[in-house]
Design a protein. Structure first.
Lengths: 685, 344
C-alpha cells in the first residue's frame, strides 16, 4: 500500500506539537474539562440512573426482603413447612364405654394343660345353646381322639368343661424291627438287609397259636404285633428298645410289650389303667389318662378389681368361678379366698380384704387405660339400670374423676393418689352399648390456631405454621418464576435471534411457530396436564419440575417475537452497516452490537415476566393444578381457605398476608423492571 | 494497479478505457443496481427499480470526486454498492486494481479497512451502547492496525486529529452534539488507515457552521494522509468546495462528469445547467437566471424511453424521446450524456 501510515504521521505531528508546546509557556493550562468531568463506567452509569428511581429502590428493597424471607429466614426458623403442631384443649371426649356382657369368656384352669382349640370353639357355641335351651349338661366328643368332654352348668352364667386329663408317662425309642411274619404261610418275610434268625419262624407260629405275643428265641425276647394287614405281623426285638419313664427309670418288658401292642390303636390298658400311645417319627410317647376333671370354666361375669391396676390371671378367674356355686372358698397360689354374694354381684375376699367383684357390666376406658375405680363402675351400672328401667337413651350424672392439667397429665397429690374433680358425665346408648362422654383435656392438632407468640400468623387447616409455609411457599414461587423465565428466555432468544438474524424462510417458519404458540390456550392445556399429573400420582417435586417446563415451553413465543423485532430493527440501523463496513466479524457484530442492544429489553421483559409467572403459578396452585399439598406455595395457601365466603371472612388472617406477599412481590418486580428499563436507556438523564 | 487488470479493463470496453488512468484508485464500470419489485402476494418479481443504471467513472488517487443529484437519483446506492454493502446487478468495481465483487467474504473483510464510509446521519450510525473509544478502536483491534501496546495512544491521536479530546473515549454517543458525532464517525473511518473514504452526505444533517468545520477537517485529513474521497451530496457549493471532479446524476445514470472548475464554468447537460442555476449567490442584487424544471422526477421503476431527462428538458429534441444518448467525452476530461453534443 502506498498510503502513508497514519500512525506514523500522527506520531510525527504529536512530536511537533510537543516541541512547540515546550517552546511556549509551560505554565499554560489548556481550557478543557479533563479535570472536571468524572467518567463513569457504563455499569456504574446504569446503576446511578437506577438508584435515582425511588420506585425501583422500593421494589429492590421489597425483593431483597422477599428473597431473605424465602431463602434465608427458613434456615433460622425452627419450623418446617410440613411440621404439624398439636395443642391441649378441653373437649367432649369419649371417656368410657359400658355394656352388659352377653358373651362368654373361657378361662383355663391349668395354664400348662392346654385344651385343644377345636374343643374351645365347640365349647363356646355349646354354652350359648345351653343357655338358650336351659340344658344342664352337654357331651362334646372329639372325633379325632374319641375323647369325651362334658359341659356342666355350675350355676347362673357359669359353665364348666370337664374331660380326661393326660399325663406323660414315658417315651419309647430304639426299637428295631427284625422281620415280618406271614401267619397264613407260616413263613418269615425278610428284606435284603434282614438276617434270618434260626427258630424264629417256629416260635412265631407257636406264639400266634397260643395267643402269646411275647416269646423267646435264642435268649432274646421278641414281640409280635399285627401290622394292620390281615395275617401280617411285625416282629420286634424287645431287648433293643428302651422305654424311658418320665421319672427316669426304665420299664419292664410287660409294659414295653403293651406299648408296642397299643401302637396300632393308639391306646392300651395296662394293670387296669388306660394309656395312650402317640406316634412320633422315631419314638412313641406314652401317656396315662387320669380321671375326668375341670379343664375350663366359661362365664359371663366381668372381673372388676378393687385395687386399680390389679390384673387377674385366668387360673385365678377359673378358681373363682369354680368356687362361685360350690364351696365359696378356694385357695390360689398359697392364699385363701372366699366368695360371697351381694345383691347381683359376687365379691371375692382375699387375705387383704375385698379383692375382686364379679358383675355383668363391663365398663372400660376408650384409651385402654385401666383407671376406672370399682365405685365408678358400680355407679355406671346403676345409671344404666336406671336408664333402662325408664326406657331412656340418654342421661347425665356427676362423678369425680382424676383431674388433668393443661397438658393432659393427671395431677397426683402428695400421698400418691389422683386429685379428683367433679365432671358431668353424659351417658348415651349407642349400638347396644353405652358411651360415656365428658369434657377432658385432649391432645389435638392445632388447626386454624390464632396468631400467638408460638405461631406469629397462626396455623392452617392442617395444623402447620403459616409463617413457615409462607417462607417455603415464597421459595417455590420465586424459584418457579426464575426457572420459568430462564427457560422462556433460553427458547425465546435462540428462536427470535435465528428468525431475526437470518430472516427469509427461517424467519417465516419460526414466526408461524410463534403464532401457533400464541394461539394455544394455555389454561385448558394446563388443566389437562394437571389432570394427567393427578392420574400419574406424581411426586410433588416432579410435578413442580414438569409445571415449570411446561410454563417455560408455552411462554417463549413472546420473548422470541420481542427479540426478533429488536434484531430486525437493529439490523437496519446505520451503526450495523458501519460495523459491516469496518470489517468486523459476524460473531463480533452479533455479540458486540446486536446483543447489547437487545439485552436491556430482555432484562426488562424478564423482570416484568417474573411477576406474571409468579401470578400464574399462584393461579394454577389456587386452581389445584399446580404444586400439590404438602408443598407450600402462596397459591395453595390461599386456596385452602376459599371454600366459602364464611371461611374467607373467618380465615382472613391466613389469606390476606399471603395475598399481600404475592402482590408485593409482583409489584416489586414491576417497579424494578421499570427502573431497569429507564436505567438501561442511555438517553435518560 | 496491476498491469493485467488494466489490460483486461482496457480490452473490455473502449469507452471506459478512455477515462481509466494508471493512478486511478477506484474504477466503476457499467455498474447497475436494480431493486426487484415483488408482488405482495406471490412474491413474484413484477419489475425493477433501476436505482443505478449503467454508471461508469473512476477516481484518481488522492483526489475527491463529488457526486451530485436530486434525492433518489441513486447517489447513495452507488456508494453502498461500491463498498459491497449490497450486491450489484451488473458491472464491475475495481479498487486498487482488485474487483471487489470477486472477493470472498473473508478477503472482503480483510479489505474493508481500506475503504471506509461516513454516513449522513451521525445519530444512528453510532452504536448507542458502546463508548466512543470502543466505537473508534474496535475495528482497529480486530484488524491489528497498530501493535497492541500502541493501541491506546493511537486512538487518542486519531481522536485528536479529528478534533476530539482524550476524555471523550469513555463517553457514549448520546452525550455528543451532531458535529462531534460526525467527528467520531470520521475518526472511526480514519482509524482504520483507509485509502478511500466514501462520504455519504456527511454534512447534510449538520448546521452550516458545523458543516464548514467538518468539510475543512476532511480536507485537512486528505492533505495530511493522502486520502481519496467519493463525496456524495446534493449541496452544490459544498461539492464545489471539496471536489476535484464532479459527477452529476439523474435517475440512476451519470449525466455529466468533469473537473470541478470545468463543470462549474461550463455545464453542458441541460440538467446540470438547471441544477447550477439553483445555487444561491450571496449577493442580493445579483440577477439569477434560474432554469425552472417542470414536472417531477420520473419513477426509477419505469424510466422514460430515450434520454431519461427528456420529459423535463427544455431543449428536448425528437431523438431524445427515442434514443438513449451515449455518455461521451465531449471535451478533454469532460463527459456528458446528451444528444445536443452528438457528433454530426
Amino acid at each position: 500500500m502506498d498510503n502513508k501510515n497514519f500512525n506514523e504521521v500522527l506520531k510525527a505531528r504529536e512530536a511537533a506539537e510537543q516541541e512547540s508546546k515546550a517552546n511556549e509557556d509551560s505554565g499554560y493550562m489548556a481550557l478543557d474539562d479533563t479535570q472536571r468531568v468524572k467518567v463513569l463506567s457504563p455499569g456504574r452509569l446504569v446503576f446511578n440512573r437506577f438508584k435515582r428511581n425511588k420506585l425501583a429502590i422500593v421494589g429492590t428493597a421489597i425483593l431483597t426482603f422477599m428473597f431473605l424471607f424465602s431463602f434465608l429466614f427458613p434456615v433460622f426458623y425452627s419450623y418446617g413447612q410440613t411440621d404439624i403442631f398439636y395443642k391441649y384443649d378441653t373437649m367432649m371426649t369419649d371417656y368410657a364405654s359400658a355394656a352388659k356382657r352377653d358373651s362368654y369368656t373361657s378361662y383355663q384352669v391349668d395354664p400348662d394343660h392346654q385344651v385343644n382349640s377345636k374343643i374351645k370353639n365347640m365349647m363356646t357355641s355349646y354354652v350359648l345353646t345351653m343357655e338358650e335351651e336351659g340344658t344342664e349338661k352337654q357331651e362334646i366328643k372329639d372325633e379325632e381322639t374319641d375323647f369325651v368332654y362334658y359341659l356342666n352348668k355350675l350355676g347362673e352364667n357359669v359353665y364348666e368343661l370337664t374331660g380326661i386329663a393326660s399325663e406323660e408317662v414315658g417315651t419309647m425309642s430304639g426299637f428295631e424291627k427284625v422281620c415280618s411274619f406271614n401267619s397264613k404261610t407260616g413263613k418269615l418275610m425278610l428284606t435284603a438287609d434282614q438276617k434270618a434268625i434260626p427258630g424264629l419262624e417256629a416260635a412265631a407260629a407257636a406264639a400266634i397259636k397260643s395267643g402269646n405275643t411275647v416269646f423267646e428265641v435264642g435268649g432274646k425276647v421278641y414281640t409280635m404285633t399285627s401290622s394292620g394287614k390281615k395275617g401280617l405281623y411285625s416282629i420286634y426285638d424287645l431287648s433293643s428298645c428302651v422305654l424311658k419313664m418320665a421319672d427316669g427309670s426304665e420299664s419292664d418288658n410287660a409294659l414295653r410289650s403293651a406299648v408296642l401292642h397299643g401302637v396300632a390303636e393308639g391306646k392300651f390298658t395296662y394293670e387296669g389303667e388306660s394309656y395312650g400311645v402317640q406316634s412320633g417319627s422315631d419314638k412313641f410317647t406314652v401317656v396315662k389318662y387320669t380321671d375326668a376333671s375341670a379343664l375350663m370354666l366359661s362365664s359371663k361375669y366381668v372381673f372388676n378389681a378393687y385395687q386399680i391396676g390389679t390384673e387377674f390371671t385366668d387360673g385365678f378367674k377359673a378358681a373363682v368361678l369354680e368356687a362361685l356355686y360350690g364351696e365359696h372358698e378356694f385357695e390360689y397360689e398359697g392364699a385363701s379366698y372366699t366368695v360371697s354374694k351381694k345383691d347381683d354381684e359376687f365379691i371375692v375376699t382375699g387375705p387383704n380384704g375385698e379383692y375382686a367383684e364379679l358383675c355383668l357390666y363391663s365398663v372400660r376406658r376408650y384409651n385402654g387405660e385401666d383407671t376406672l375405680s370399682i365405685d365408678f363402675k358400680r355407679t355406671v351400672q346403676k345409671e344404666i339400670e336406671k336408664l333402662e328401667s325408664a326406657g331412656q337413651k340418654k342421661g347425665v350424672f356427676t362423678y369425680a374423676i382424676p383431674k388433668m392439667d393443661d397438658e393432659g397429665k393427671y395431677i397426683v397429690k402428695e400421698d400418691g393418689s389422683y386429685e379428683l374433680e367433679d365432671v358431668e358425665m353424659n351417658i348415651t346408648r349407642k349400638e347396644g352399648q353405652y358411651v360415656l362422654k365428658c369434657e377432658r383435656t385432649a391432645h389435638l392438632i392445632d388447626i386454624y390456631g390464632p396468631a400467638s407468640s408460638k405461631h406469629i400468623f397462626g396455623t392452617d387447616a392442617d395444623g402447620m405454621d403459616i409463617l413457615a409455609r409462607m417462607m417455603y411457599g415464597g421459595r417455590i414461587s420465586l424459584m418457579v418464576g426464575f426457572i420459568v423465565v430462564a427457560l422462556e428466555l433460553l427458547f425465546g432468544v435462540i428462536m427470535g435471534g435465528l428468525a431475526g438474524f437470518f430472516s427469509g424462510w427461517v424467519d417465516t417458519l419460526i414466526m408461524r411457530l410463534v403464532d401457533i404458540f400464541n394461539c394455544i390456550p394455555t389454561l385448558p392445556i394446563l388443566i389437562i396436564l394437571g389432570a394427567i399429573f393427578d392420574d400419574q400420582k406424581l411426586n410433588s417435586y416432579v410435578r413442580l419440575m414438569w409445571m415449570m417446563a411446561v410454563l417455560g415451553f408455552l411462554g417463549w413465543a413472546g420473548v422470541a417475537r420481542l427479540v426478533r423485532g429488536q434484531i430486525l430493527s437493529l439490523r437496519e440501523q446505520e451503526f450495523m452497516t458501519a460495523a459491516e463496513a469496518t470489517g468486523l466479524s459476524t460473531t463480533r457484530r452479533i455479540f458486540r452490537h446486536l446483543v447489547p442492544n437487545v439485552i436491556p429489553q430482555l432484562i426488562v421483559n424478564a423482570t416484568m415476566g417474573l411477576g406474571s409467572v409468579i401470578i400464574y403459578e399462584s393461579t394454577l396452585s389456587f386452581l389445584g393444578l399446580g404444586v400439590k399439598h404438602p408443598l407450600a406455595t402462596w397459591g395453595t395457601m390461599i386456596n385452602s381457605v376459599t371454600s366459602s365466603n364464611e371461611n374467607m371472612v373467618r380465615y382472613a388472617y391466613i389469606w390476606i398476608p399471603v395475598g399481600l406477599l404475592i402482590c408485593l412481590t409482583v409489584i416489586a418486580f414491576n417497579f424494578v423492571g421499570d427502573g431497569l428499563r429507564d436505567a438501561f436507556d442511555p438517553k435518560m438523564k | 494497479m496491476s498491469s493485467s487488470v488494466k489490460e483486461e479493463m482496457k480490452a473490455g470496453t473502449a469507452d471506459v478505457s478512455s477515462y481509466v488512468h494508471d493512478d486511478d484508485l477506484l474504477v466503476v464500470k457499467h455498474l447497475k443496481k436494480y431493486f426487484p419489485i415483488k408482488s405482495s402476494f406471490f412474491r413474484v418479481t413484477v419489475g425493477n427499480v433501476k436505482a443505478v443504471d449503467d454508471v461508469s467513472f473512476s477516481i484518481k488517487r488522492g483526489t475527491t470526486m463529488g457526486l451530485v443529484g436530486e434525492s433518489g437519483c441513486g447517489k447513495s446506492t452507488i456508494g453502498r454498492t461500491i463498498l459491497r454493502l449490497q450486491d450489484k446487478t451488473a458491472g464491475e468495481v475495481y479498487f486498487n486494481g482488485v474487483d471487489i465483487f470477486s472477493l470472498s467474504h473473508e478477503e472482503l473483510r480483510k479489505m474493508r479497512p481500506k475503504i471506509q464510509i461516513i454516513f449522513q446521519d451521525p445519530y444512528s450510525s453510532l452504536s448507542p451502547r458502546l463508548p466512543v473509544g470502543e466505537i473508534i478502536g474496535e475495528a482497529v483491534r480486530e484488524h491489528g492496525i497498530v501493535p497492541e501496546e500502541e493501541y491506546d495512544a493511537y486512538i487518542t491521536r486519531i481522536m485528536k486529529a479529528c478534533g476530539l479530546q482524550e476524555y471523550h473515549k469513555a463517553r457514549y454517543p448520546h452525550e455528543f452534539s451532531g458535529g462531534q458525532r460526525q467527528r467520531i464517525c470520521i475518526a472511526r473511518a480514519l482509524a482504520l488507515n483507509p485509502s478511500f473514504i466514501l462520504c455519504d452526505e456527511p454534512v447534510s444533517a449538520l448546521d452550516v457552521s458545523i458543516q464548514a468545520q467538518i468539510i475543512n477537517l476532511l480536507k485537512e485529513l486528505q492533505k495530511e494522509f493522502g486520502l481519496t474521497y467519493l463525496f456524495i451530496s446534493h449541496d452544490l457549493s459544498v461539492v464545489q468546495h471539496i471536489s476535484d471532479t464532479v459527477g452529476v446524476m439523474y435517475l440512476g445514470s451519470m449525466a455529466e462528469l468533469a473537473e470541478t472548475d470545468e463543470l462549474f464554468a461550463d455545464p453542458l447537460h441541460p440538467y446540470t445547467q438547471a441544477l447550477f442555476s439553483a445555487i444561491p449567490i450571496p449577493d442580493p442584487d445579483a440577477k439569477i437566471d434560474r432554469i425552472i424544471l417542470e414536472g417531477s422526477i420520473p419513477s426509477p421503476a419505469n424510466p422514460p424511453k430515450g434520454c431519461k431527462f427528456h420529459t423535463r428538458c427544455s431543449k428536448c429534441m425528437e431523438i431524445c424521446k427515442n434514443e438513449c444518448p451515449e455518455f461521451r467525452e465531449v471535451k478533454p476530461g469532460h463527459f456528458v450524456a446528451c444528444h445536443l453534443y452528438d457528433e454530426k
